[in-house]
Design a protein around this ligand. Sequence first.
Ligand SMILES: Cc1cc2nc3c(=O)[nH]c(=O)nc-3n(C[C@H](O)[C@H](O)[C@H](O)COP(=O)(O)OP(=O)(O)OC[C@H]3O[C@@H](n4cnc5c(N)ncnc54)[C@H](O)[C@@H]3O)c2cc1C
Length: 453
Amino acid sequence: MAAACELADAGYGVTLVERRPYLGGRAYSFVDPVTGCQVDNGQHVFMRCCTAYLAFLQKLGVLSKATLQDHLRVVIRDRQGRPSSLHAVALPHPLHLLPSFLTYRHLPWRDKARVAYALLCIYLTDQEDWRREDKRSFLAWLRAHGQSPAAVARLWELLIVATCNNRVDRVSAGQALMVIKTGFLQDPHGADLGFARDGLSSLLVPEVTAYLAQRAAHLALGRQVQGLEWEGARAAALRFRDGSRLEADAFVSALPFHQLLPVLPPELRAGPFFGRAASLETAPIVNVNLWYDRPVMEEDFLAFLDSPVQWVFNKGRLHSHTSSGAYLDVSISGAQEYFVLGKEELQALVTRELAALLPRTAQASLVRCLIIKERHATFAPAPGSWERRLPAVTPVPNLFLAGEWTDTGWPSTMESAVRSGSAAAQALRRALPLRTSTIVPGAIPAESVLVKG
Ligand SMILES: Cc1cc2nc3c(=O)[nH]c(=O)nc-3n(C[C@H](O)[C@H](O)[C@H](O)COP(=O)(O)OP(=O)(O)OC[C@H]3O[C@@H](n4cnc5c(N)ncnc54)[C@H](O)[C@@H]3O)c2cc1C
């Protein structure tokens, strides 16, 4: 969507192709037929450091449909119900989080001193270090920097599972250092949290649709790309599942890597460029949506330690139209071991945990449970994944790559998706600049561009 809007802005004739009958990709919502509530395919959170995503929301005029904290504040409870918070105060970075680390009751003082040392080391890293540190796991980095098992479990896992969708032993140290420095250390407001105030699809899909229509771009929904047709070394057309085809001068793929590779001819798929992406992996997220017969939670959201219930979002409060406190979304990231559980087992596990963590749920009646498992929720930023992420420019002169898994440096986020779309659009514009004489306001220029996905 970001690539399509940017290219349409620049005057290219764009067709945005999507296999499903609706836009939104991995960040979408639907109306639950039983409760009538907007249900996200999974809670999506962004941070103020997600500058490209925020700029995209602003360009579409939908910033007011999101809530953004004026400073970071996350309450973290342990199994005994003891709260502690991570909060930013008005001190210059990287000191803005210092008071909350000093008062963080889930770690002993000795660990806090070591955490402060590790944070200082992270603060001093730069892009070169992140690339160099990509081969080892963040757990190996933490151990090498004196972090105790308690600090790993009670602080670092909390930050990394939520942002990188995997445990610290499965995340590249380079990716984790990038996330912690960018989000938590280099700007006092970098980690302010943001949420959509309604279902994800209503946040920006109507506006993207209108934005493209105003720029004479076309939407081709429900069209699944099966392959590309070629003219020599250049891509010439998309071939769809229903046998139809669509010609264009240039193509931007925004497909996830595991959906892009089957679309390519075997010699490209296995070749030295695209073949690198074949060893990327994905990681699952499970969201358990629960409706109770009465309010069971006051806070907007809470994080929990020592429990499979990592985060609970009070959708009733976040979504302004839903009854407050009675609709919760339990979000479980890096959810490999929970993904394989059946619905009854997952529901029993989560409601049992909630009875301990949020005792009011034990007194209330559960009205409905809706579980959404996303197997390929994100690409997995595993150790060594950096060099498997491909750049926007490919060996095919008129094929460009977008998608959150491409070489943006960011973990799998909406921010990475928007950055990648922008990078692909810019690469295309550099390689195939429009002749200004062909740009007629409101008309489709001679050069047409397809953006898939
Ligand atoms: C449960 C869950 C929770 C998440 N939480 C967060 C979060 O808190 N914060 C955050 O920033 N990110 C989060 N993410 C990740 C975020 O949703 C993704 O990183 C982002 O949406 C990826 O965008 P994309 O455009 O690169 O890919 P996608 O959104 O996957 O878009 C690719 C599109 O290509 C289409 N497509 C695939 N194959 C074809 C084909 N053959 N022909 C035509 N079209 C095709 C797909 O239908 C899809 O619409 C979460 C993801 C999930 C699933």
